[in-house]
Ligand binder design. Sequence first.
Ligand SMILES: NC(=O)c1ccc[n+]([C@@H]2O[C@H](COP(=O)([O-])OP(=O)(O)OC[C@H]3O[C@@H](n4cnc5c(N)ncnc54)[C@H](O)[C@@H]3O)[C@@H](O)[C@H]2O)c1
Length: 362
Amino acid sequence: MLTSARQTLRTPFARLARRLHSTANPPRVLVTGSLGQLGTTMVNTLRAKFGSENIIASDIKKPSIEQRNTGPFVYADVLNYRALEQIVVDYGIDWVVHFSAILSAAGERNPSLGLNVNITGFQNVLDLAKAHNLRLLSPSTMGAFGPTTPKDSTPDLTIMRPNTIYGITKVHMELLGEYYQEKFQVDFRSLRYPGIISADSPPGGGTTDYAVDIFHAALKHNSYESFLDAGTRLPMAYIDDCIVGTMQLLEAPQEALTQRVYNVHACDFSPQELAGEIRRQHSDAFEIAYRPDFRQAIADTWPRTMADEAARRDWGWNPVFGTADIVRVMLDKLGPVYAATASPATTAEPLVEELPAAVVAS
Ligand SMILES: NC(=O)c1ccc[n+]([C@@H]2O[C@H](COP(=O)([O-])OP(=O)(O)OC[C@H]3O[C@@H](n4cnc5c(N)ncnc54)[C@H](O)[C@@H]3O)[C@@H](O)[C@H]2O)c1
């Protein structure tokens, strides 16, 4: 399992797409929130597979020149149903990948924004899917579980009483999607992601963002102050596994799906274990301190591990990156960026500037 992860450590998007099947009749896909942590890689992977012209990226932020040059990009506020509908009609959209959301920590900071984007925004894309016969993939999260959920090998079907705005809106999304599928035959699909780790795009305001920040800090200062406690074990996945899995669910035949929402688990670790692996692979001198903030209370309500047999059985979920692989690929990708900025002979800017301590995903 980990051997194949080694082979994909420097995977460009085309190779990521090759882990999936190709298709003769490509669908036209609208991706909402495409400039976020996951959207950026998802759009590149979809374009490598289905052709750039068939993937309509959208967000309310301005894309970089590079992002604009890789294919169509449109402004789309998911709170505006009519504007979304115009895009669906103008571009002949078949599938929507709905990535616009306000994540856990950001939702606790601004609950009304979280309710608005996660509930009204989802309602809009779901009604569009019903009106225009679209396939709709909208991810959920381990944050949909709560303090009374069993924490180990958390099953797909269990107690779900989250106590964050993010979690509440994601349970609402799961139930409403299932309702529309049952009542109106809307082809709704969802998967509960763990914390996602990526080097190419910064995380957007969640509780697992420490697991991205730590690499930037290690390479810059050889030290890190974690906002989660040493022993806080959470489920995690590297972005390549996340995107391959999302593509697999997106493309799975309807008949293969025995449920509409699936847990996906790749690996799990605590800040202390991650720091130990960074020490082993990067520098013995790497230091970590723990100063838990409000995100600790969120993390304390989430699973330590999730059971994902249904995803493996129904549509082939098969993550290949373990903890050591993730550390290796993050150091491989970010190391040269910080090495270049440290050299007085170069004027190159770092890919990711000092990440704001308060900003972090899941
Ligand atoms: N990243 C993770 O670790 C993680 C874990 C679990 C679940 N998820 C889920 O995956 C999906 C993508 O997450 P992400 O990490 O890329 O999030 P992100 O915060 O990085 O990106 C979300 C994007 O949504 C956009 N957005 C916000 N308001 C909008 C609006 N009104 N209209 C249109 N776009 C709007 C933002 O501009 C941003 O680009 C979300 O549904 C999230 O809940 C992510």
